[in-house]
Design a protein around this ligand. Structure first.
Ligand code: IDP
Ligand code: MG
Length: 138
């Protein structure tokens, strides 16, 4: 058990569908605390760095195109075991497997448009938070 900070992105589909407030509210209601929030349109270079682990996969180019297709809401979300807790609240990567009650299970049907990103480990969180909040967190 430890207080962790994780990176959440509301992807361009979530921003475009007006789901930012709903998604932030879910994390806040759970008891997590926002330590940073930025609405930004990221460059392809930042997108490629963010998704570096997927480089070489057949869907990598689509992933980069999609995440740069409109603004994302980047959130630094903190709380007890927040990295795993946020992932549980997001639901399975493919919305066809996401349980109702999860963000993807409630709002998404497509693998490529699954509303949210959340860091998957402490190392990923550290790396991704630096990319989206280069000036650090308050
Ligand atoms: P995650 O977002 O649940 O961590 P990852 O495996 O890290 O899932 O994949 C990153 C994103 O890439 C997913 O959220 C999804 O939108 C997309 N993605 C993952 N696998 C595929 C695939 O096989 N085809 C197309 N898009 C995929
Ligand atoms: Mg991932």
């Amino acid at each position: 058990m430890a207080v962790e900070t994780t990176l959440v992105l509301v992807k361009p589909d979530g921003v475009g569908r007006g789901l930012c407030g709903e998604i932030v509210a879910r994390f806040e209601r759970r008891g997590y605390v926002l330590r940073g929030a930025r609405l930004i349109r990221i460059t392809k270079a930042v997108a490629r760095q963010h998704y570096a682990e997927h480089k070489g996969k057949p869907f990598f180019a689509d992933l980069v195109d999609f995440i740069t297709s409109g603004p994302v809401l980047a959130l630094a979300v903190a709380g007890e075991d927040a990295i795993a807790g946020v992932r549980t609240m997001m639901g399975a990567t493919n919305p066809k497997d996401s349980a109702p009650g999860t963000i993807r299970g409630d709002y998404a049907t497509l693998l490529g448009e699954n509303i949210v990103h959340g860091s998957d480990s402490r190392a990923s969180a550290r790396r991704e938070l630096k990319l989206f909040f280069p000036d650090g967190l308050l």
